[in-house]
Design a protein around this ligand. Structure first.
Ligand code: UDX
Ligand code: UDX
Length: 430
């Protein structure tokens, strides 16, 4: 069937390419003309493992098209809205202006019965608002608004699209369900198509992300406890994770969580709760702890070089996690900015995030060409993002470069014994 996707960002683009790969006829619409121009010329606009090949294949066989004109949604049986819902700078609530603009724009192009699916993460009840906007703009439009939350981890968006743990669909409309059963036919024997009310579907997305953020908060605090008590965080996390009710994932300590989802979704959920007269104490504590942890990590790094007159720190990792080029709300970027306030000279390197980081850091730091270049005459090498590239660090290369052979691994990705055998001072979390 013909599917339209509005917003070709980290969610919209993999979603559009995924549906094209499944054989649907897809048109992706985005208000950013440069993005559309790049995509139409075959240039991928973001890094996601495996996306480029699928994008080129389906673009070349005509199954996916890109347009900046909203009228090109005409004829689509499903219109998926995946525009940004960034935190409002002041209220910290999800800013819905882009979503509402998209909703009113598509309404005039809804001819036959159409399912309008909201994939962006939106406060509970937004589906009602979007339905009202469309009905007001085009009273004769025949449509249903459904919630279709995304669970694509950045860095794994293509994998997660084809291998979802579940597909959550929020609607009470049988008509919409028939269309969505057809859209998701490929998945019927592969995963659970969970139909719930629209508000429950909107809540599942926030509750899932907030819970995962709380889980990261928890393991980071247990790492703090291990540092003081002498227990070992790897062993504690392993022992915890073997309990099926806890599970091994999201028990990796780090400098705090980041990205375009956890920070935004936890804040939005906390605000949403307060707005309806309740309070998510755990989520609010997680937000506060996570903000504090990034500052504490910067102080830990500064303390490591406090005895040096003009310290130089090598920073490995600028993206908010490994496997992506995304630096939005990246703890690494916030820690780099905090270290600049300490007056520390920084040499930074990231496998994919350099361009995005440059637009934030400008020339306040030295952008290195490699791990080795970043470590040149450094007093300490700090790992801030869990990139595979950093797990295979070549100690012999660094030995000739670094002023002091010291590694501060804030992702616990290196092997402690190896680093010590190579003659390095090695410090980690927990
Ligand atoms: C978005 C939402 O921010 C997030 O809440 C949700 O979980 C998934 O969808 P993401 O895809 O990362 O996340 O957003 P972003 O990468 O910013 O892409 C949004 C795209 O929408 C951009 O390409 C932007 O140009 C486009 N857009 C924005 C429109 O096409 N029209 C608009 O009016 C606004
Ligand atoms: C998240 C959700 O996982 C995904 O389901 C949702 O659709 C979008 O938001 P993403 O934001 O891409 O995905 O990143 P994720 O892999 O969840 O990591 C979020 C942050 O937590 C990153 O900064 C990561 O480094 C950190 N993290 C994650 C930890 O510090 N420790 C962990 O064990 C796991």
């Amino acid at each position: 069937m013909k599917v339209a996707v509005i917003g070709t960002g980290y969610v919209g683009l993999p979603t559009g390419v995924g549906f094209a790969e499944l054989g649907h006829e897809v048109v992706c619409v985005d208000s950013n003309a440069d993005k559309i121009k790049d995509l139409n010329s075959g240039k991928i606009t973001l890094f996601e493992e495996g996306l480029e090949d699928l994008f080129l294949k389906n673009k070349n066989n005509g199954r996916i098209k890109f347009s900046k004109n909203i009228e090109d949604v005409q004829g689509a049986k499903v219109i998926i809205i995946a525009v940004g819902t960034p935190p409002h700078p002041v209220s910290k609530e999800a800013d819905m202006k882009y979503l509402f603009v998209a909703a009113s724009e598509i309404s005039e192009y809804i001819c036959d019965y159409t399912v309008v699916a909201i994939k962006s993460t939106v406060p509970v009840g937004t589906g009602d608002d979007v339905a009202e906007i469309i009905s007001k703009s085009n009273p004769s439009a025949e449509f249903d608004v459904v919630s279709l939350p995304e669970f694509l981890r950045e860095g794994f968006a293509v994998y997660d699209f084809f291998n979802p743990d579940r597909i959550v669909i929020g609607t009470d409309s049988k008509r919409a369900r028939a269309v969505l059963d057809e859209l998701y036919e490929y998945f019927t024997d592969k995963t659970t198509l969970l139909y719930v009310s629209r508000k429950s579907s909107e809540a599942i997305k926030y509750a899932s992300n907030s819970f995962l953020a709380v889980k990261v908060h928890f393991i980071n605090e247990v790492a703090d406890f291990c540092e003081k008590s002498g227990a070992k965080i790897e062993e504690v996390a392993k022992g915890m994770g073997l309990d099926e009710r806890i599970g091994p994932k999201f028990l990796r300590p780090g400098p705090g969580y980041g990205g375009s989802c956890f920070p935004k979704d936890t804040m939005a959920m906390a605000q949403m709760a307060r707005k309806v007269g309740t309070q998510l104490n755990l989520v609010e504590a997680t937000i506060k702890y996570n903000d504090q942890r990034k500052l504490e990590m910067a102080k830990r790094i500064a303390d490591e070089v406090s005895s040096e007159a003009n310290p130089t720190v090598a920073i490995l990792g600028l993206t908010f996690k490994g496997g992506t080029d995304d630096v939005r709300e990246s703890p690494a970027i916030e820690i780099v900015c905090e270290l600049l306030n300490y007056g520390i000279k920084l040499r930074v390197y990231d496998p994919k995030g350099m361009d995005n980081a440059k637009s934030i850091l400008n020339d306040s730091v030295y952008f290195a060409e490699s791990i080795k270049d970043a470590c040149d005459r450094a007093d300490v090498c700090v790992i801030l993002t869990e990139w595979e590239d950093f797990k295979k660090i070549d100690y012999s290369e660094l030995k000739n470069k670094m002023k002091i052979l010291k590694i501060l691994d804030l992702r616990n990705i290196l092997n402690q014994d190896e680093a010590l055998r190579a003659g390095f001072i090695y410090k980690k979390l927990g």
